[in-house]
Ligand binder design. Structure first.
Ligand code: SF4
Ligand code: SF4
Length: 109
């Protein structure tokens, strides 16, 4: 037991740091699904994304205000996959931690 604890103390962490030595974010793969990007000019309000979202993270009002509640999002990619106008995409931004739920919503009029 003590041997395991001591070896864990000196082992490299299994996780990677968010920043490189130069202070930039570590690069992520092209297929990484980070914070959602939404283009309101492409959206036709068909509601397909809301119907395919398994967690109910997408809300669209009558005046086409789309809100992605990222605290509910599991980044499955279904919304992007099913959007007929390619209005939804994923960024490489992985910093979405907040104590305030309002701060992690992607909302566009
Ligand atoms: S990635 Fe999945 S969970 Fe997140 S908003 Fe799109 S469909 Fe919903
Ligand atoms: S599926 Fe695409 S076009 Fe349809 S409402 Fe959602 S974002 Fe807009």
């Amino acid at each position: 037991m003590i041997k395991k604890v001591l070896s864990a103390l000196f082992r490299k962490p299994a996780t990677k740091k968010s920043f490189t030595k130069s202070g930039e974010f570590v690069p992520v793969s092209e297929s990484y699904r980070g914070k959602i990007i939404f283009d309101p000019d492409l959206c036709i309000g068909c509601l397909l994304c809301t119907r395919t979202c398994p967690t109910g993270a997408i809300k669209i009002t009558e005046n086409k205000k789309v809100t992605f509640e990222l605290d509910k999002c599991i980044f499955c990619g279904q919304c992007k996959e099913n959007c007929p106008k390619n209005a939804i995409d994923f960024s490489s931004d992985f910093l979405m931690v907040s104590r305030n739920r309002e701060e992690i919503k992607t909302s566009v009029n």
